[in-house]
Design a protein around this ligand. Structure first.
Ligand code: PLP
Length: 430
């Protein structure tokens, strides 16, 4: 190793490594992680931070879990990777069986990809091929809602919120799709589904599918909405004959209080994207699941060939750690844990509502959001949280947490009290 000490490799990082959504010429500070155990990240200087982010929704069992470690160690001695073209292996088949059994009955077919964004690409291709094979070659557009987030590849980006997703910068490159208002639910039990329905009415002949995140819009705004919206959406998708894609990459595997958010609406999509917590945050793996109807539609022209096949598709290490993570989840008292996290978040974050800089506090399952009136200075607020001994990464107007499900009451309390302390002392920059 050519680095003499931590500050030496940190300056190399600053000089050479691009971090997510940052500038190389004016980089934000990065904190060096030495190790992680349970819900704690240990920095190189010995400080320990309680993790409020689960590494972007993924590390639901915490870090360095002995069961997940053992699954990987065992698999590495058998086969770490093998191409999936023409070959198969038990870790992938076992995982497919688990996923088919734990999701809604119509979702019988599993395509493994290497990241959430890629599963969205695959979902879009499935929907377009479904109509193409049936001679409906004009149905190539997607309909989605504002404030959505579906990944950073061009196809995924094209269905992200056009403002948050900076579509203007990629105009002419991004495919142009249709957008309806972000889902809203009103006190009288009605919703604003009519804006989406209007788009369907106008563009039905061009629309292959509707895609959205059920119940919780994540990185596009951390917005929550009601299950009635999804019920109405399913009805109108059937009425106008378009497919329905749910992106549960963030919400899947218990985060909202049910294994999958769609269960709360009792609505089944035609295509489902899963990722993030699939491997308990250990390795990158994601999946696009679909129904017999879609598979048969894609095969209607006699070929049925789905045009996708990544090199690391169904990586055996990733599949095996996913198998262990799902077993761990299902054998734990995850529902109770999420309910406890939810009620603690509701109780302890509500004080933030009184702060003049706060617009709204909202909680759903193991997700707590404090929305501010103005965007925050991420650099200074990030440092304030580290000072408090917690890892919380705010963005734009949002300070939010989605901790590992194993978090203890006192650890969660440190997260919530830190949010209050940091916000009460926060001085918005002019
Ligand atoms: C709902 C949703 N879809 C897609 C993605 C993209 O997943 P990945 O970052 O694994 O490509 C994300 C990531 O945050 C997400 O939250």
């Amino acid at each position: 190793m050519s680095f003499k000490n931590t500050s030496d490799w940190l300056s190399y990082d600053k000089e050479h490594l691009w971090h997510p959504y940052t500038s190389m010429t004016n980089p934000l500070p990065t904190y060096p992680v030495e190790s992680a155990h349970g819900v704690k990240l240990k920095l190189a200087d010995g400080r320990e931070l309680i993790d409020g982010m689960s590494s972007w929704w993924a590390a639901i069992h915490g870090y360095n879990h002995p069961v997940l470690n053992a699954a990987l160690e065992q698999q590495i001695h058998s086969v770490s990777h093998v191409m999936f073209g023409g070959l198969t292996h038990l870790p992938a088949v076992t995982l497919a069986e688990k996923l088919v059994n734990m999701t809604a009955e119509p979702l019988q077919h599993v395509f493994f990809a290497d990241s959430g964004s890629v599963t969205v690409e695959v979902a879009i291709k499935m929907a377009i091929q479904y109509w193409y094979a049936q001679g409906q070659t004009k149905k190539q557009k997607l309909l989605t809602v504002r404030n959505g987030y579906h990944g950073d590849t061009l196809g995924g980006m094209s269905v992200c919120d056009p403002v948050n997703g900076m579509h203007i910068m990629f105009q002419g490159v991004l495919p142009e799709h249709f957008f309806a208002s972000a889902p809203d639910c009103f006190a009288d039990g009605t919703t604003n589904i009519n804006t989406l329905q209007r788009q369907l009415q106008q563009h039905q002949s061009e629309i292959a599918a509707v895609i959205l995140e059920p119940l919780v819009q994540g990185a596009g705004g951390m917005r929550f909405y009601c299950s009635e919206y999804l019920q109405q959406l399913r009805i109108i998708c059937d009425e106008y004959d378009v497919l329905l894609i749910f992106d549960e990459i963030a919400t899947g595997f218990g985060r909202t209080g049910t294994l999958f958010a769609y269960e709360q609406a009792d609505v089944v999509p035609d295509i489902l994207c899963l990722g993030k917590a699939l491997t308990g945050g250990y390795l990158t793996l994601a999946t696009t699941m679909t129904s017999k109807k879609v598979v048969q539609g894609i095969s209607a022209d006699g070929s049925g060939i789905l045009m996708h096949g990544p090199t690391f598709m169904a990586n055996p290490l990733a599949c095996q750690v996913a198998n262990a993570s799902i077993d761990l989840l299902l054998s734990s008292s995850w529902e109770m844990n999420i309910r406890q996290i939810e009620s603690q978040l509701q109780k302890e974050l509500s004080v933030c509502q009184e702060l003049p800089i706060v617009k709204e506090v909202r909680v759903k399952g193991a997700i707590g959001v404090v929305e501010l009136k103005e965007p925050v200075n991420m650099k200074t607020m990030q440092a304030d949280f580290v000072e408090q001994g917690v890892w919380i990464r705010p963005f734009n107007k949002l300070v939010y947490i989605m901790p590992p499900y194993i978090i203890k009451q006192n650890e969660l309390m440190l997260l919530t009290t830190s949010i209050y302390k940091v916000l009460v002392n926060y001085k918005p920059q002019p």
